[in-house]
Design a protein around this ligand. Structure first.
Ligand SMILES: Cc1cc2nc3c(=O)[nH]c(=O)nc-3n(C[C@H](O)[C@H](O)[C@H](O)COP(=O)(O)OP(=O)(O)OC[C@H]3O[C@@H](n4cnc5c(N)ncnc54)[C@H](O)[C@@H]3O)c2cc1C
Ligand SMILES: NC(=O)c1ccc[n+]([C@@H]2O[C@H](COP(=O)([O-])OP(=O)(O)OC[C@H]3O[C@@H](n4cnc5c(N)ncnc54)[C@H](O)[C@@H]3O)[C@@H](O)[C@H]2O)c1
Length: 467
């Protein structure tokens, strides 16, 4: 017999936990089903521990910038032990989710441990865990918030070697002597730069012709220059032909015949939703898709919603939380806008940070917009010049020239992610570029680079093609 409840949430990462907690708070009877840890990837193996690592790596880099700027530091001696200890004790409670589980039950939600699967419209079965065999019928419906998992490329031999994913990279007890990194995107670059700062010899292999290929080419070029200066070996436009594990070493063969070796191999080649096993076919949906298709209110089918990485709108905690809010409103029957991704912000927390919002120049041109861009460099700004060591960065603006509004922007540099915020407002609210150009920008902030980029944009207005 299926137990009657109001809502079942399958997967309690940032998106699912938020939906379950808010709906329980609102007085609904809510069951949250979780196969691993309540809280999901972000707090235990993603955002939080990786940003603790980055904080530590950045401290080392700043200390190394002292000579010539503020005296001498003697020698900075990196030690991974306090980083690993912070991640174990402060971030993850040694990968124990009791605090998060109590947070949900404290709001009146019920936690069922196990793997959830749809068995029909508004029906869920749980397998494994302490909830094994439970059956639920959800009066209002089911929310799928099952996240994503690493996408492992079909490189010959890869499946047979003990490669690292993000989970191993954030839970390592010591920094490896050398690390091969497959993938020059967000995870690969954040992790690679940290470990390099702790003395690990890094080689990054990226299939596309530049780093962070989803972002502006100027951002990729900037990171390549900085990381190269810091001693990381970069192989862009390189395809892996095979992997083997010999003794304790990984050997990564590239298509051009080069063989790279390392003590560890991190595979960071993207993440994707795993729809198989969720029982989507029982509600007439395709379990073979790349992501769960949802409408503007996060609805995938009558009585079925999806939030977070599973929807494929951008694998970010802030997207999961945003989509959770949209779904919560839909389930509670509250008014509010549909999901809107025009000003989707993202930050790659390398040093320099790469902040970005909305469309890149390429994406804007692909959409058929008449595009004009403006660029400024952080070292040429007053604050960048004062900052000196570690001042690499740029601001790039992408304007829809016909409408006179920004549709995208990139802010790379010290605190690049924070500098992006004002531009996110401009993209979201469609603030006219003319209005932005006549604002007062505080002196000498990093965000004054936006004023310089706006001036560059204006200067290009008189050019023949406006580009
Ligand atoms: C190394 C790394 C760094 C990151 N850094 C950032 C960052 O700085 N900023 C940022 O915004 N994002 C970052 N992300 C991305 C972020 O972690 C994810 O976007 C976010 O966790 C997605 O939340 P979610 O709720 O969709 O899913 P997840 O966090 O993936 O959680 C899904 C949950 O569902 C559970 N589950 C899956 N299937 C079932 C099932 N059938 N039954 C029951 N439970 C199930 C899983 O066990 C998991 O707990 C990072 C990711 C990684 C890997
Ligand atoms: N700061 C953040 O917000 C943050 C940090 C880490 C992860 N994340 C999220 O997690 C997602 C996954 O991160 P990721 O770095 O794994 O993915 P990614 O999509 O950011 O980067 C993957 C990279 O691997 C490359 N690649 C793919 N196949 C390859 C192959 N066979 N050989 C060599 N290179 C290959 C791709 O061209 C791409 O550059 C991100 O897209 C992001 O949404 C966010």
């Amino acid at each position: 017999m299926a137990e009657q409840v109001d809502v079942v949430v399958i997967g309690l990462g940032p998106g699912g936990e938020h939906v379950a907690g808010r709906l329980a708070d609102a007085g609904l009877s809510v069951v949250g089903v979780e196969a691993e840890l309540v809280g999901g990837e972000c707090p235990y193996w993603g955002c939080v521990p990786s940003k603790m690592m980055i904080r530590a790596g950045n401290l080392l880099a700043e200390a190394r910038r002292v000579p010539g700027m503020a005296g001498s530091t003697g020698q900075v001696v990196p030690d991974w032990a306090p980083v690993a200890a912070r991640i174990r004790d402060e971030a993850t409670d040694d990968w124990n989710d009791q605090v998060a589980a109590d947070r949900l039950t404290g709001k009146g939600g019920r936690l069922v441990r196990g793997r959830g699967r749809l068995t029909g419209p508004r029906r869920v079965a749980v397998e494994g865990g302490t909830g094994d065999g439970s059956r639920f019928e959800a009066r209002l419906g089911v929310v799928l918030a099952t996240g994503s998992r690493p996408q492992i490329p079909p490189v010959p031999g890869l499946a047979d070697v003990p490669y690292w994913t993000n989970r191993d990279a954030v839970s390592a007890k010591e920094a490896p002597r050398s690390l091969l990194v497959l993938g020059g995107g967000a995870i690969g670059l954040e992790v690679a730069q940290v470990y390099a700062r702790f003395g690990t010899h890094i080689t990054i292999v990226e299939a596309m012709d530049r780093l962070v290929p989803g972002e502006e080419p100027e951002a990729g070029a900037l990171l390549a220059e900085v990381l190269g200066r810091e001693g990381l070996v970069l192989r862009t436009g390189a395809r892996a032909a095979g992997v083997r594990h010999e003794g304790d070493r990984f050997v990564l063969a590239l298509e051009d015949g080069t063989e790279l070796t390392g003590d560890q191999l991190l595979v960071a080649t993207g993440r994707r939703a795993d729809l198989a096993g969720l029982g989507l076919e029982s509600v007439g949906l395709d379990p073979g898709g790349r992501a769960l298709a949802v409408d503007g209110r996060m609805q995938a089918a009558p009585g079925l919603w999806g939030v977070g990485d599973v929807t494929g709108h951008g694998a970010f905690t802030h997207v999961a939380m945003y989509e959770a809010e949209v779904a919560i409103r839909a389930i509670l029957g509250e008014p509010g806008p549909h999901a809107d991704y025009r000003a989707l912000p993202r930050v790659t927390f390398t040093d320099p940070e790469i902040g970005a919002v909305g469309l890149t120049e390429h994406q804007a041109r692909e959409k058929g917009l008449r595009v004009r861009t403006g660029l400024s460099r952080v070292p040429s700004s007053a604050r960048g010049w004062i900052h000196k060591a570690g001042n690499d960065g740029l601001v790039k603006l992408v304007e829809d020239a016909d409408r006179g509004v920004l549709v995208g922007a990139t802010t790379a540099g010290p605190m690049g992610g924070e500098v992006m915020y004002g531009l996110a407002v401009a993209v979201q609210a469609e603030v006219p570029v003319e209005t932005l150009r006549h604002m007062i920008f505080a002196y000498p902030t990093f965000h004054r680079g936006i004023e310089d980029a706006l001036a560059d944009l204006h200067a290009r207005e008189s050019m023949p093609d406006g580009a």
